[in-house]
Design a protein around this ligand. Structure first.
Ligand SMILES: O=C(C[C@@H]1CCCCN1)Cn1cnc2cc(Cl)c(F)cc2c1=O
Ligand SMILES: [Mg+2]
Ligand SMILES: [Mg+2]
Length: 565
C-alpha cells in the first residue's frame, strides 16, 4: 500500500475531548473518526487492526468447535416481550418503529434472537450441544459515552451462545470458552486477568467470569490475592468472616449529644471509625431495609442485590430517611429503629461491642452499643466491599487492587431464556426439557482500544506483531534522491513478493513528518532508505525498543528472518 493515498490522516495536536491515551492516539494516528457521540467510523488503518483481531477470534472460536452465523441488528420487540426484558431496560435499549409502525429494538445483545432461532431448529438431544457465534454491531444508548471505543453506543462484539442438554455439558462448554478467551487475548498481545464476576441483569444460574485488561483507565476494580490466583470483580469479591466472636466486654449504653457526625462522636470518644456502626436505608423490592456496616466500610450494591436475589435495590432518598427515622441520615441508627424497617448487618458487625451509632435524633449518638443487647439483626451476611490488605477469601495472601477494562465475559445462563422462549428438546427418554444455555462475549472494538492502552509510548501506538495493521513500514526519506527511491521501490516489490504486508511512505514530505507519522502508526518494524542508500545500506528500526540497525538492502530478508519477522 502506498501511503500517498492511504486514507488514515494523522493529527499532530491532541483532540481536546479525548481523555484517555488510547482515545487520543486512535484519533491522532488516524484509526477512526467520531461520527456522533459514542459512534465511530473506522478508517483503513483501524479497520486493518479490527480485521486482525477478528481473524484471531474466528480461528480460536472455530478451533473450539463453535459455528459462525450472523443475526440481524434490528430485532422484533415481540421477542423481548416474550423474554420479559423489554421493560427491564430503559433508554439504554435503542428502540424504533418500522414503516408499518411495528416496534423493533437495535440489538444490544442477542439471547432472544438466537434462542428463537434454535427453538425452531432443534428438537432432539441428538442435535445438541451446539455453540454458535457472530461478530456483529451492538447498540447500547449509554447516557455518557466516553473514552472513545472503550464505552461507545455502537460497538463490535463477538457474541456466542451455547445450547446443551445438561448442566455438566454446559459446564464443559463454559470451560472451553474460558480457555479459548485466554488464548484469544494472549494472541492479541493483551495482558488480561479472568476474574469472578456478577451476572447482573442477564441473570442465569451458574457462574460468570469477566476478562479484564489491566489498565489504569479501566472502570472496573479487580480484587486479587498477592499469594494465589484468586481474582474477582470488587463488586462481588467475598470477604472472609471475622475471626473473633466478641471484641471485649460490653459497657452500659448511654447517649451523647451535640455531635454533627458519627466521626465527630468517635473522635470525642477516642475511637476509630471501625467502632462506628453506619446504617444505610435501602428500598429492596420496595420494602425498607436498614443495612449496617462498620464506619470504615462501604456496601456493595451487587452483594445486596445477590443476597436478596433482586435487581430492585434503591438507596433511600433523604426524604425517605426522614420519613422513616425522623432525622437525617447522619444520625440514624439501629437502636430503637422504626419497627417496620428490617435490619441486616455486614458480618463484621457481629464481634463488635461498645460501638457508636446514630441516636435517631439530631446530633445524638449512642455509645457502648452492643447488638446482642440493644437491637435485633435479622441476618449477618457479606455485604461490604473488600479492601486492600483484607485476607484473600481463599485463605492465601492478602487482597490487592488493580484497575481493569472488561474486554470479555462468559456466563452460564442455565434455562432462563430457553424456558422463557420455549427452546425445548426431547431427551433420550422422549421427555421434553428446556435446553441449558451459556453465552460468551468479547468486546472487539473495546479490545482494540485496550491494546492501545497497553501498547504505546509518548510518540504513538506500538502494535503487537499479530494484530499490526501492516508487517513493515517502508520509508524513503528523500524521494528526490535517486539512490533512495530506487532502493525503496525495489524493496517494496521484493518484500511484497515475499508475502509481507508493506506500507510504503513515498510521499514528498519532510523526513520529520514521515518519522512522526510512522511513530504514530506504530507498525512494529520500520525500514528507511536514507543517507547511506548510495552504499546500499538501509536502517531497520524496532518501534518497541527504538533500536536502529544498519543492514545491506540485499540482506534485509535474511535479517527479518533472523529476528523472526
Ligand atoms: O449482554 C449481556 C450478556 C451477554 C454478554 C455476552 C454476549 C451475550 N450477552 C448483558 N447485557 C448487557 N447490557 C445490556 C444492555 C441493554 Cl440495553 C440490554 F437490553 C441488554 C443488555 C444485556 O443483556
Ligand atoms: Mg460485566
Ligand atoms: Mg461491570
Amino acid at each position: 500500500m502506498r501511503q500517498q493515498t492511504f486514507f488514515s490522516p494523522t493529527m499532530r495536536d491532541v483532540p481536546a475531548d479525548a481523555e484517555t491515551i488510547s482515545h487520543q492516539l486512535m484519533l491522532r494516528a488516524g484509526l477512526m473518526r467520531q461520527t456522533a457521540a459514542g459512534i465511530y467510523t473506522y478508517l483503513p488503518l483501524g479497520t486493518r487492526v479490527l480485521h486482525k483481531i477478528q481473524a484471531i477470534i474466528r480461528e480460536e472460536m472455530n478451533r473450539a468447535g463453535a459455528q459462525e452465523l450472523l443475526m440481524p441488528a434490528v430485532q422484533p420487540a415481540e421477542l423481548w416481550e416474550e423474554s420479559g426484558r423489554l421493560d427491564d431496560y430503559g433508554p439504554e435499549l435503542m428502540r424504533l418503529n418500522d414503516r408499518h409502525d411495528r416496534r423493533f429494538v437495535l440489538g444490544p445483545t442477542h439471547e432472544e434472537v438466537i434462542t428463537s432461532v434454535v427453538r425452531d431448529g432443534i428438537h432432539s438431544y441428538k442435535r445438541l450441544p451446539i455453540n454458535v457465534y457472530q461478530i456483529q454491531t451492538k447498540y447500547r444508548d449509554e447516557r455518557r459515552p466516553r473514552f472513545g471505543l472503550l464505552r461507545g453506543r455502537e460497538f463490535i462484539m463477538k457474541d456466542a451462545y451455547s445450547f446443551e442438554t445438561s448442566e455438566e455439558a454446559l459446564a464443559e462448554t463454559y470451560e472451553v470458552m474460558y480457555d479459548t478467551y485466554k488464548h484469544i487475548f494472549r494472541r492479541c498481545g493483551l495482558d488480561v486477568r479472568a476474574v469472578e464476576a456478577d451476572a447482573g441483569a442477564i441473570g442465569g444460574t451458574g457462574g460468570t467470569h469477566e476478562f479484564m485488561a489491566l489498565s489504569d483507565v479501566g472502570e472496573d476494580t479487580i480484587a486479587y490475592s498477592d499469594h494465589s490466583d484468586y481474582a474477582a470483580n470488587i463488586e462481588i469479591a467475598a470477604v472472609s468472616p471475622p475471626d473473633r466472636e466478641q471484641e471485649g466486654t460490653s459497657e452500659a449504653l448511654s447517649v451523647e449529644k451535640g455531635y454533627k457526625s458519627g466521626e465527630a462522636a468517635a473522635t470525642a470518644a477516642g475511637l476509630p471509625m471501625s467502632s462506628v456502626i453506619t446504617g444505610r436505608l435501602f428500598y429492596i423490592d420496595k420494602a425498607p431495609v436498614f443495612i449496617l456496616t462498620r464506619g470504615n466500610h462501604e456496601i456493595s450494591d451487587v452483594k445486596v442485590s445477590n443476597h436478596f436475589d433482586t435487581l430492585d435495590v434503591e438507596m433511600a432518598t433523604g426524604t425517605q430517611v426522614h420519613e422513616q427515622f425522623g432525622t437525617s441520615s447522619a444520625f440514624i441508627g439501629p437502636v430503637e429503629a422504626p419497627s417496620n424497617v428490617t435490619i441486616v448487618a455486614d458480618q463484621s458487625i457481629r464481634p463488635l461491642v461498645n460501638a457508636i451509632c446514630g441516636g435517631n435524633q439530631d446530633e445524638a449518638f449512642y455509645v457502648n452499643v452492643d447488638h446482642r443487647r440493644d437491637f435485633h439483626v435479622d441476618v449477618f451476611a457479606d455485604f461490604r466491599i473488600i479492601q486492600e490488605g483484607d485476607p484473600s477469601p481463599d485463605g492465601e495472601g492478602t487482597i490487592q487492587f488493580a484497575e481493569g477494562i472488561e474486554v470479555g465475559q462468559v456466563f452460564s445462563l442455565g434455562t432462563k431464556y430457553s424456558e422463557a422462549l420455549g427452546a425445548q428438546f426431547l431427551d433420550e427418554n422422549g421427555k421434553s426439557r428446556p435446553m441449558q444455555m451459556g453465552c460468551y462475549g468479547i468486546g472487539v472494538s473495546r479490545t482494540l482500544a485496550a491494546v492501545v492502552e497497553q501498547h504505546h509510548d509518548e510518540d504513538g501506538i506500538i502494535w503487537p506483531k499479530a494484530i499490526a495493521p501492516f508487517d513493515l513500514h517502508l520509508l524513503v526519506i528523500n524521494p528526490k534522491d535517486e539512490a533512495q527511491l530506487t532502493i525503496g521501490d525495489n524493496l517494496y516489490e521484493a518484500l511484497q513478493a515475499e508475502g509481507y504486508d508493506v506500507l510504503f511512505d513515498d510521499r514528498k514530505e519532510r523526513a520529520g513528518v514521515k518519522f512522526k507519522d510512522a511513530d504514530l502508526y506504530g507498525i512494529p518494524i520500520r525500514v528507511a532508505a536514507g543517507k547511506k542508500a548510495s552504499e546500499g545500506i538501509i536502517e531497520v528500526k524496532d518501534r518497541k525498543t527504538g533500536e536502529v540497525t544498519e543492514v545491506q538492502a540485499e540482506n534485509l530478508s535474511a535479517y527479518l528472518n533472523d529476528i523472526g519477522w
